[in-house]
Design a protein around this ligand. Structure first.
Ligand code: UGA
Length: 465
């Protein structure tokens, strides 16, 4: 099928590339001409595993193309996927102006009837608004627009794999033709009939994806509710981590056993600095605003957001006025994305206190330098450790787990490590002579002055009372 994709951010690029990989003819556009020029030259402006090779291969096969001409893109596809950004406004609501602009553009540029698919994350009832705008601005009475919602559940870092091997695919539709068309688009993925270059055709023997067909409003809500639930799960784990510190329990032991209950599940229970990125924080806020506007009390979610913010403040207790070294800038491993990353708050606060900050990240240093030119980006983690008074681990890159920590100890001015991602083994770190601080794990050595007094004080009150 001929498919148009509007918006070449990470969702649009992964969607367009994977639909081409599934055998469709895909044309993509973006209102940033530089981005299009770079994509035409085969240069992918984001780091996402597998994406660049897959994009280049599909360009070569002439199934995937890029153009700055939005009108041409609209006219080319039978189905148009809207993948533009919905960033947060000052008040936390999603800014839907890009969706609105695209809807007007589609309405005026289309010469034939189209299926318009909302892929961007939007609050419930946006699809209804989209239908109204398409109707109001359409030029030609014979052109019909059908609207559908097809939320994405892509995680940065594994987005290509998530697209090609999803657990579920959701269609929010209001008519049979749209459903049929979407089934056709996703058939190769639903039936697993495509050449999978991620797994070289040896795909894991998991269940094929479940197709869920709902109304448009439900599909929109499914997306926001899923991300909000994940955020609550992380904040819940972080609250348990606080409790673990107070009562001398180990969060890893607690969440491991909790996760064995199939009703709970083991994932998204990793305590640490909390959730960041361009999705969870903004979607939580937008969902809170939607609930407020709809007269539904969602204090539970507000609490999850508060717990998340608190985590970053706590990570900085030990590093005031120090020469700080930062390991990890991306909001999570396997991405170069720093939007709403915990590292941004940490850097801002360290710099505000006049600290000299050095940092290292496998992928995210260029993006960080653009925002914080004062931060000295290093070629390797050991350079960050040299003479540092404290090291903060802010991203769970495997590389940091594998470091020669004895060497790091020898390089630091004061061997203080704040492990914001619970990446390292506390016993091993304490044994190596570090002052080591992490989240929700007991410190059994007197070499942990940051945490011990706090735990023992609370134990006296909390456990024996
Ligand atoms: C999230 C959702 O997981 C995707 O399903 C969704 O499609 C996507 O948002 C989106 O709306 O586009 P993503 O933002 O890529 O995906 O990142 P996550 O893997 O959800 O991680 C978010 C944050 O939570 C990261 O900062 C991560 O370090 C943190 N996290 C995650 C924890 O602190 N603990 C955990 O147990 C898991």
């Amino acid at each position: 099928m001929r498919i148009s994709v509007i918006g070449c951010g990470y969702v649009g690029l992964v969607t367009g590339t994977c639909l081409a990989e599934a055998g469709h003819e895909v044309i993509c556009t973006d209102n940033d001409p530089e981005r299009i020029a770079s994509l035409k030259a085969g240069v992918v402006p984001i780091y996402e595993p597998y994406l660049d090779a897959m994009l280049a291969a599909n360009q070569r096969a002439q199934r995937l193309s890029f153009t700055s001409d939005a009108g041409e893109t609209v006219r080319a596809g039978e189905a148009i996927f809207i993948c533009v950004g919905t960033p947060p406004l000052e008040n936390g609501e999603a800014d839907l102006s890009a969706i609105d602009d695209v809807a007007r553009m589609i309405a005026t540029e289309a010469r034939e009837s189209k299926l318009v698919v909302e892929k961007s994350t939007v609050p419930a009832q946006t699809g209804q608004q989209l239908k109204r705008v398409l109707e109001v601005y359409r030029r030609n009475g014979t052109v019909q627009f059908r609207v559908a919602s097809n939320p994405e559940f892509l995680r940065e870092g594994t987005a290509v794999e998530d697209f090609l091997h999803p657990d579920r695919i959701v269609f929010g539709v209001e008519d049979e033709v749209s459903e049929r068309q979407l089934r056709e688009i996703y058939r190769p993925i639903l039936e697993r009939k495509f050449r999978c270059s991620v797994h070289m055709n040896a795909c894991p023997a998991t269940q094929p994806p479940t197709l869920v067909v709902t109304t448009i409003n439900s599909a929109e809500l499914i997306k926001h509710a899923s991300n909000s639930f994940l955020a609550m799960k992380i904040s819940f784990a972080n609250m348990i981590a606080d409790l673990c510190e107070k009562v001398g329990a180990d969060i890893k032991e607690v969440t491991r056993a909790m996760g064995m209950d199939q009703r709970i599940g083991p994932r998204f229970l990793d305590a640490g600095l909390g959730f960041g990125g361009f999705c969870l924080p903004k979607d939580v806020q937008a969902f809170i605003r939607l609930a407020e506007r709809s007269g539904v009390d969602f204090n539970m979610l507000k609490e999850a957001e508060r717990v998340n913010k608190e985590k970053i403040r706590r990570a900085l207790w030990g590093v005031k006025d120090k020469q700080g070294g930062v390991l990890g800038l991306a909001f999570k491993a396997n991405t170069d994305d720093i939007r709403f990353a915990p590292s941004l708050d940490v850097l801002r606060k360290l710099l505000a206190e006049g600290a000299e900050v050095r940092a290292y990240d496998q992928e995210a240093m260029d993006r960080t330098s653009a925002v914080f030119p004062q931060v000295r980006c290093c070629r390797e983690p050991y350079e960050v450790a040299q003479d540092a008074d404290a090291l903060l681990i802010l991203t769970e890159w495997e590389e940091f787990r594998q470091l020669d920590w004895k060497r790091v100890h020898g390089l630091m001015a004061r061997p203080l490590v704040i492990d914001g991602r619970n990446l390292l083994n506390p016993a091993a770190m304490l044994e190596s002579g570090f002052e080591y601080y992490c989240f929700g794990r007991p410190m059994e050595s007197a070499a942990a002055p940051l945490v011990l007094p706090q735990i023992s004080k609370t134990n006296a009150v909390g456990i024996t009372a």
